[in-house]
Design a protein around this ligand. Structure first.
Ligand code: SF4
Length: 166
């Protein structure tokens, strides 16, 4: 898994303050993407154990409540999905009370088995590609109206897509 950057205090992705991890590499190439620097699978850096330790050690830094956001690039492409699941699993074991938000260009109904595994660890999933014709910057946590903000736990419990309400 490669990553582009980690931002300690992010107020633009998720509710409240999050620590945000941008994975590197995206196969979707959505027209109008505002994150084009994260497309290249060779750019960014390899995500090391020390990067995970940084997240775990700093998520509560200065007594600020932070949740975790994972964006891209594409966190759930074959190159990144194993690393992302590992991060989510270890993070959730250590901080079960904290939310994990994850953005993907894939649509949840089309997830493969490995991608579905991430649903065991995350709380909120924003799914689907950015579609320029459906661009709407007033929407919560998404850039186009085809994308959905999904309450993962409720969706698993009710065996249907339940949208996230803040
Ligand atoms: S999935 Fe996200 S990062 Fe990838 S091209 Fe689409 S908008 Fe850009």
């Amino acid at each position: 898994m490669r990553f582009s950057k980690i931002k300690d205090n992010d107020i633009a992705n998720g509710l409240g303050v999050t620590m945000s991890l941008w994975t590197q590499g995206c196969p979707h190439h959505c027209k109008g993407c505002f994150n084009g620097e994260t497309w290249d699978f060779d750019a960014g850096e390899e995500f090391e154990d020390s990067d995970l330790e940084y997240i775990l050690e700093n998520i509560n830094k200065n007594n600020v409540h932070r949740d975790l956001s994972i964006l891209g690039g594409e966190p759930l492409c074959p190159e990144n999905v194993d690393g992302v699941i590992e991060v989510c699993k270890i993070f959730k074991e250590k901080f079960p009370e904290k939310k994990i938000y994850l953005w993907t260009g894939y649509v949840v109904e089309q997830f493969n088995e490995k991608q579905r595994n991430v649903l065991n660890y995350i709380d909120v999933l924003v799914d689907g590609p950015f579609v320029q014709a459906k661009r709407n910057l007033s929407l919560m946590m998404r850039g186009s109206s085809n994308q959905r903000v999904i309450d993962v736990k409720k969706s698993l419990d009710e065996n249907k897509i339940v949208l996230f309400q803040d």
